[in-house]
Ligand binder design. Structure first.
Ligand code: LHQ
Length: 267
């Protein structure tokens, strides 16, 4: 286990990365961005890793951008030009979302306590979100005069529809995890006491699955949002051609026929 602004641990094929600035509710500084990116790169490059779990240390998942970090805090003097937040987004948050969404393995967000602003949308970018009953999601952006970033404008209407996306994004209210599950924003809300074991068994289950198929599913579901039905059908056919030529498909079908558990190995 290494101790930087992220904590990294491994159990079998599951790599757990925990944001580690608990005194500031794991809000993002440039150093935490760098440490998280390095941890994700490392997990992506390590063939023994078959699932990544992303969580937070302390009492929260992540409170988004650290608003006292000089790179994000508004310029108070009228004589100085305003900070270019777009540049900050383009250099740190856009690569982070791209990295998460292109991981060669499934990524689970485990949310206990608050996930606010970029922290909420980082969780929602992951393939599956499991939250404890203490968890909550806040599109905090509107309260400080900004729009949802870190993929929020794209993700929210797709996950919960336009009306709910507008309500969440405009009001910036705290959405409890239980309600987040009910409206389809996240996969599951469980008792806090069961959160670790639920995520552990979900991660182990995903790690044992055919990873190329899971990653292609992530890509196809996202891409199909922009396609009409014939184009989505064509995309599915192309993906089945690729996956059907892979070893995991042979193994899956052989295991089914032999009535034994499959052993998937590809990544
Ligand atoms: C924090 C933060 C925080 C610093 C709690 N920063 N210290 C991208 C690029 C450029 C610019 C801007 O933004 C973005 C993307 C974004 O993420 S915008 C959204 C940024 N995040 C927020 O606006 C959330 C701000 N935080 C809050 O509203 C509350 O802290 C929440 C609702 C998250 C938690 O409330 P409480 O449970 O009551 O905790 P607290 O407010 O007492 O916070 C605990 C400590 O953490 C406290 O420090 P202190 O020294 O007083 O104990 C806070 O100042 C600190 N903290 N969030 N984002």
């Amino acid at each position: 286990m290494s101790e930087t602004l992220v904590r990294i641990s491994s159990a079998g094929a599951v790599r757990t990365i925990r944001l580690n600035r608990p005194e500031a509710l794991n809000s993002f500084t440039s150093q935490m961005h760098a440490d998280l990116m390095a941890a994700l790169e490392d997990a992506a490059a390590d063939p023994s890793v078959r699932c990544v779990v992303l969580g937070g240390e302390g009492r929260a998942f992540c409170a988004g951008q650290d608003l006292s970090d000089p790179m994000a805090a508004p310029e108070l003097s009228p004589d100085k030009p305003p900070k270019d937040l777009g540049h900050l987004i383009n250099s740190l948050y856009v690569p982070l979302v791209a990295r998460v969404r292109s991981m060669p393995v499934p990524v689970i967000a485990v949310v206990h306590g608050v996930a606010a602003g970029a922290g909420a949308n980082l969780a929602l970018c992951c393939d599956m979100v499991v939250a404890g009953r203490s968890g909550s999601f806040i599109q905090a952006f509107s309260k400080i005069g900004l729009v949802p970033d870190t993929g929020g404008t794209w993700l929210l209407p797709r996950l919960v529809g336009h009306a709910r996306a507008m309500g969440l994004a405009m009001l910036g209210d705290k959405l409890p995890a239980e309600e987040a599950e009910r409206i389809g924003l996240i996969w599951k809300c469980v008792d806090d006491a069961e959160l670790a074991s639920t995520v552990e068994s979900l991660a182990a289950r995903l790690a044992a699955m055919p990873l190329r198929a899971l990653v292609a599913t992530r890509q196809a579901l996202a891409e199909a949002q922009q396609l009409d039905l014939p184009a989505a059908l064509a995309l599915e056919a192309r993906l089945q051609t690729t996956l059907g030529a892979a070893q995991d498909y042979r193994e899956g079908v052989e295991a089914f026929r032999a009535k034994r558990a499959p052993r998937f190995t590809e990544r």
